[in-house]
Each structure stands twice: as structure tokens, then as C-alpha cells.
Design a protein around this ligand. Structure first.
Ligand code: UDX
Length: 473
């Protein structure tokens, strides 16, 4: 099929490159001329594993092309896919849909006879209706159909998510639109990917509901991690114990410093705001948003408490700036919220990330950026693992400890082996996992092999507290 994709951001590029891989012809357009010129030469403007290779493959075999202007939308074009950004509006809550409607107006100018418009951007329920009305009003002569085909791409694994999706959602009110999208995804459905056919507005809600549900799940385990901290229980055991229940499932039960990124924070806010306009209270989503904000703030206090409370003049090395590994994206990253909090408490910050750059100039100028994690940790009072990049998990922790003034590791992702860290001289603090103290080899234990010493649990709930908790109230 011949597809025009509007928007060469994250979603547009991944969709274009993957649809080209599936054998379609995709023309990706963007107003940014520099971006288009770079893409024509095979230079990908965003960091996403595998994307550059896929773009180059498409350019070489002629299935993928780039242009900075929308062509005439003649009958040779099967569908126009909208993948422009829907960032938070000025009020910080609603989605800014100006990009979507601008594309709608351009489609109305360029369409010849009939056009199928497919929205991939995340939009509030009812946007498809408004877009169809707009195009039809501008061009009453045109046969226009607007469908919704939301994306569920995770940054860092977007190519796999596109080519091996858990499901494809097609929201179409017209049979012809639904048929066209079935044809588009035939290479995936014939390999077994389920396709869910819904009404247009249902598909729009599905996208928001999926993100909100995942955000709720993370918020839930984050709060359970706090309870585990208070009761000195290992939250990983709890997550395992509930995750085996197929009704709950094991994914998205990893506690962290709060969810971040370009989707969950923005989409949960937009969903709650949309629901309020309909007079519906999504109280769980509202509370997840508030809880996540509280959590991001609490992380600064957690680091302070690990360092005895007073951060003035203390050197803290932050490993990771992106909102999660394998992406350079720092939008709504818990790491940046943490750094802002630590700086406001008087700490000195050095930071290291394999790919991410900070967008906030005031943070950039206030911290030391280091390429090398060991250099970053040099003379530090504490290292905070804010993002679990693989390269950080494989560090030589004895070397890291030796570089620091006091080897303290605050692992905000529960991603490190704390017993191993203790053997390397670290005191460790995690999220809902028992703290470890450095393993000191006494004369008696020195005779034993190190491995036997190392795995002794360091922190256990003391008897009286356990009894107290077990008492009926
Ligand atoms: C998300 C959705 O997963 C994707 O389907 C949607 O289309 C876009 O938004 P993304 O934002 O790329 O994808 O990342 P995701 O892997 O979902 O993680 C989001 C945030 O939740 C990150 O900050 C991550 O660190 C955090 N997270 C995730 C946890 O804290 N714990 C978990 O168990 C999982």
C-alpha cells in the first residue's frame, strides 16, 4: 500500500520504517527541512535501537522516502497517517491538538476525490469526530473517512513493539476504513498478531486507558514498596507472589522513582481532564497522578535520609538521566526531578548518562556532566542509580567504591545486586528492599570462602517489631 505519514518524530519514524519493512511504500513528511535532509541521507535524529538500520534499509530498497511537503493526495495514496505530537497544552493538563488540526487543514487542501485519514497520535476521545468534521467542512465535495489506530510503542523497544505487537487496535466507523487498515496490518495479523476492531472513539479511549492502567499498576507497586520499606519486607518477593496470578501478571510491577517519559504523565493528565469535562471522576487516575508527583519529590528526601539528612556540600553522583534505559528522552524524567530536589537541598551533583542530554538549562549549568561513571563517582558521598542502563549494571563496583569518599549506593530501580555491592564495600538503600551494610571480613570469617560470608542476610526485622506487627489491634 502507499502511505503518507505526517510527522517524522518518534512515532512517525518508527511507523514509517516498520511499514516499509512490511512491504508497504511509506512517504514520511515533516516541516523541519534539516530533519528531512538528514533522514534522506539515512541519519536518524532520535536514539532508538535498530531504527537507523531500518531507515537505511527502507531508503535502499525504495520502500521509504522523505519529503518536507505533503504531496497531492490522489487515488495513488491509500491512506494518510497522522503522527504529529500532541504535547501538553498551556494549562498543563489537556493535549494540545493544534498539530492534528493543522494537518487536517492541509489534507483538505491536498486531497483529490476521497481520502482515508488515520490518527496514530494519542488524542482524547472525540478528536476523530472533530477532525472528520473539519475536513468535511473545508471540502464538502470530498469523501473523507477518519480512523483511529493508536500506537503502543515503548521507547527503547519500539521496533519490536511495532513488528510483534500484543494487539493492533483499529477504530473505524466506516467499513472501508476498517478494511484498509486490515490490509495494512495483514503481514502482522497473518503471523498471529490479534487485531481489535472497534468504533473510532473506543480506540481513542483504549490508548488512554491502556497507559492509565499501566501507570496505576506502577503506582500501586510503588506504594506497596513503601509499605515493604516500613515492614522490612522485600517488595520483589511481593511482586513475584502477586505477579504469578494470571489476573495480575508479572509486568510493570517494578518499583521505581515514579513513572516518567513522554506518555504516562501527559496521557494520564489528559485522560483525567477529559473525563472531568464529561462530568466523570476518574478518581483512581487522579490519585495515581498525585501519588506519582509525591513519589518523585520523595526520592530527594530518601537520598537525604540515607546521607543523614543534611545534603549541604555533599557530593552526589547520579547515574542515569533518561526516564528509562535505551532512550535519550528526559521528558518528565524522575532523574531530573531528583536532581532539582538534591540541588535545592544544597548538594553538589555530578551526573552520567550514555545517551541523554538535559533539556533544562538551569539544571545543566548547575551540575557536572561526566562521560565516565567512575569519574562521576570520584570523591562522591553517594551514588544514586536513577536509570538502569545495562552499562551501569555491569560496572566494576569495587572500583566504583574505591573512587568514592563514602561508598553509599541508593538504587532507585532495585536493579543492582545489593549483596554483591555490600561485598564491594557499599552500604545500600533500595526501594522496598532491606538495606545492606558493607561486608567486613572479620578474622574468623576470613578463613571461610568469601562467597559463604557474602550471602548472609544483613538486615532482618527484629523480633520485637515482628511481634508488634503480629499482635491483633
Ligand atoms: C509507554 C507505554 O508502555 C507504551 O505502550 C505507550 O505507547 C507509550 O508509553 P514508554 O513511555 O516508552 O511507553 O515506557 P514504559 O516502558 O512504558 O515506561 C514508562 C515509565 O514507567 C518509565 O519511567 C519506567 O521506568 C516506568 N516503569 C515501567 C516503572 O517504574 N516500573 C515498571 O515496572 C515499568
Amino acid at each position: 500500500m502507499n502511505i503518507v505519514i505526517v510527522g517524522c518524530g518518534y512515532v512517525g519514524l518508527v511507523s514509517g520504517a516498520c511499514l516499509a519493512r512490511l512491504g508497504h511504500h511509506a512517504l514520511c513528511i515533516d516541516l523541519d527541512r534539516d530533519r528531512i535532509e538528514a533522514l534522506k541521507k539515512g541519519h536518524c535524529p532520535i536514539f532508538e535501537p535498530g531504527l537507523t538500520e531500518l531507515i537505511r534499509e527502507g531508503l535502499q530498497n525504495g520502500h521509504l522516502a522523505f519529503a518536507h511537503q505533503m504531496p497531492a493526495l490522489t487515488s495513488a495514496v491509500d491512506l494518510v497517517l497522522i503522527a504529529v505530537g500532541t504535547p501538553p497544552a498551556a494549562n498543563g493538563e489537556d493535549a494540545d491538538l493544534s498539530g492534528i488540526f493543522a494537518v487536517g487543514r492541509e489534507i483538505a487542501q491536498k486531497a483529490v476525490g476521497k481520502v482515508l485519514v488515520v490518527t496514530k497520535s494519542t488524542v482524547p476521545p472525540g478528536t476523530g469526530d472533530a477532525l472528520e468534521d473539519l475536513i468535511q467542512r473545508l471540502r464538502p465535495d470530498l469523501a473523507v473517512a477518519v480512523a483511529s489506530n493508536p500506537e503502543f510503542l515503548r521507547e527503547g523497544s519500539a521496533i519490536d513493539d511495532f513488528l510483534k505487537p500484543d494487539r493492533i487496535v483499529v477504530g473505524a466507523n466506516e467499513h472501508c476504513a476498517s478494511l484498509a487498515l486490515r490490509r495494512l496490518y495483514h503481514p502482522l495479523t497473518e503471523q498471529g498478531s490479534p487485531l481489535v476492531n472497534t468504533a473510532r472513539t473506543a480506540a481513542e479511549i483504549i490508548k488512554y486507558a491502556a497507559n492509565a492502567f499501566l501507570a496505576l499498576k506502577i503506582t500501586f507497586i510503588n506504594e506497596i514498596a513503601d509499605l515493604c520499606d516500613a515492614t522490612q519486607v522485600d517488595v520483589r518477593e511481593v511482586a513475584q507472589g502477586i505477579g504469578h496470578d494470571r489476573r495480575i501478571g508479572p509486568d510493570f510491577l517494578r518499583p521505581g522513582p515514579g513513572y516518567g517519559g513522554s506518555c504516562f504523565p501527559k496521557d494520564t493528565r489528559a485522560l483525567a481532564s477529559t473525563a472531568r469535562k464529561y462530568g466523570v471522576a476518574l478518581s483512581l487516575v487522579e490519585e495515581a497522578i498525585a501519588s506519582n508527583e509525591r513519589r518523585k519529590k520523595a526520592m530527594g528526601a530518601k537520598v537525604a535520609s540515607a546521607l543523614g539528612g543534611d545534603l549541604r556540600g555533599r557530593h552526589i553522583a547520579v547515574l542515569g538521566l533518561s526516564f528509562k534505559p535505551d532512550t535519550s528522552d528526559t521528558r518528565d524524567s524522575p532523574a531530573t526531578a531528583l536532581i532539582a530536589s538534591l540541588l535545592s537541598q544544597g548538594a553538589l551533583i555530578s551526573a552520567c548518562d550514555p545517551e541523554a542530554r538535559l533539556e533544562e538549562p538551569e539544571l545543566t549549568s548547575a551540575i557536572e556532566r561526566e562521560k565516565d561513571p567512575y569519574q562521576c563517582a570520584k570523591n562522591a558521598d553517594c551514588v544514586v542509580l536513577a536509570t538502569e542502563w545495562k552499562s551501569f549494571l555491569k560496572l566494576d563496583f569495587a572500583r566504583l567504591a574505591a573512587a568514592m569518599r563514602t561508598p553509599l549506593m541508593v538504587d532507585l530501580r532495585n536493579a543492582l545486586d545489593h549483596a554483591k555491592l555490600a561485598r564491594c564495600g557499599f552500604r545500600t538503600v533500595g526501594l522496598g528492599i532491606p538495606p545492606h551494610r558493607p561486608v567486613t571480613l572479620r578474622a574468623t570469617t576470613l578463613r571461610r570462602p568469601v562467597a559463604q560470608v557474602a550471602f548472609a542476610p544483613v538486615s532482618v526485622l527484629n523480633g520485637s517489631k515482628r511481634q508488634q506487627l503480629a499482635q491483633p489491634q
